[in-house]
Design a binder for this molecule. Structure first.
Ligand SMILES: NC(=O)c1ccc[n+]([C@@H]2O[C@H](COP(=O)([O-])OP(=O)(O)OC[C@H]3O[C@@H](n4cnc5c(N)ncnc54)[C@H](OP(=O)(O)O)[C@@H]3O)[C@@H](O)[C@H]2O)c1
Length: 241
């Protein structure tokens, strides 16, 4: 049985129950997109999906699980017959939060890379045939920690630096497929992740809803950046980093 193709555009976004992922899912849904998203906490995800809109499917699960990654992409294609955008947003600071390198065990780094790098890589590979058909978009959410080398941020920061290079490489490899790929530093935002990392820093943080609005031009095609550019949000704008 063939799946009817929706006339609406369809995005898979990881980590939609709060923070930037929630704000971006809501912003895109308000602009007519259909969303498949995830988070581990099923109850929080259920409430988030109710707030996002009617064309949203929330799957409770962990992007560290390879079978769950496949489920995310397959659900979008089975339900709506297409996939126009993949947003790798879900992220971890580490199983023990931030640790200086002398305390960073191999197992810590493996756990970080599984979520922040291997999940995006696998999702990009799974999404590729559908994104090629749609001339679609991959948006990998990075961080200033990828470029600065803040003490204790080495595990998280190196995973984001690797994600940046993966994005740039995929942009070149997939240029002829018509797929645009960007890594974006969203800036410091008022979210649980930021609160966990820097609890004392509560002033001047961006509202994730404003950051999500700044990202919309990448989705509606109005942003003229060359695929593979590393971008950053400087509210209210998006700019090359
Ligand atoms: N906040 C900042 O200042 C800041 C700065 C630079 C970059 N960033 C980047 O921006 C992105 C969004 O961060 P945020 O601050 O919005 O984070 P957040 O508020 O902590 O939200 C993270 C979302 O991802 C989900 N998630 C986390 N780990 C997951 C996993 N293993 N599998 C599935 N879902 C998972 C969370 O739900 P569950 O916990 O229920 O799974 C939640 O929905 C991240 O890539 C982060 O690195 C943030």
């Amino acid at each position: 049985m063939s799946v009817p193709t929706s006339s609406s555009r369809v995005a898979v976004i990881t980590g939609i129950s709060k923070g930037l992922g929630f704000a971006l899912a809501k912003e895109l849904a308000d602009n007519g997109w259909c969303i498949v998203g995830c988070a581990r906490d099923a109850e929080r995800l259920r409430w988030a999906c109710l707030a996002i809109g009617k064309d949203v499917i929330g799957l409770a699960g962990d992007v560290a699980d390879p079978a769950f990654r496949l489920q995310l992409v397959e659900t979008a294609v089975r339900r709506w017959g297409r996939l126009d955008a993949l947003v790798n947003n879900a992220s971890t600071l580490g199983p023990h939060s931030l640790r200086p390198i002398l305390d960073l065990e191999e197992a810590d780094l493996e756990a970080i890379l599984r979520i922040n790098l291997l999940a995006p890589l696998t999702l990009m590979r799974l999404a590729h045939p559908h994104l090629r058909r749609a001339k679609g978009l991959v948006l990998n959410i990075s961080s200033d920690a990828a470029t600065v080398g803040y003490p204790a941020w080495g595990g998280y920061g190196s995973s984001k630096a690797a994600l940046d290079l993966l994005s740039k490489t995929a942009a070149d490899e997939w240029r002829d497929d018509g797929i645009r790929v960007f890594a974006v530093d969203p800036s410091d935002m008022h979210t649980d992740l930021h609160l966990e990392a820097v609890p004392e820093d509560t002033e001047g943080l961006a509202d994730p809803a404003d950051v999500a609005r700044a990202l919309v031009p990448l989705f509606d095609g109005s942003a003229a950046y060359v695929s593979g550019s590393r971008l950053r949000v400087r509210l209210p704008n998006l700019e090359r980093s």
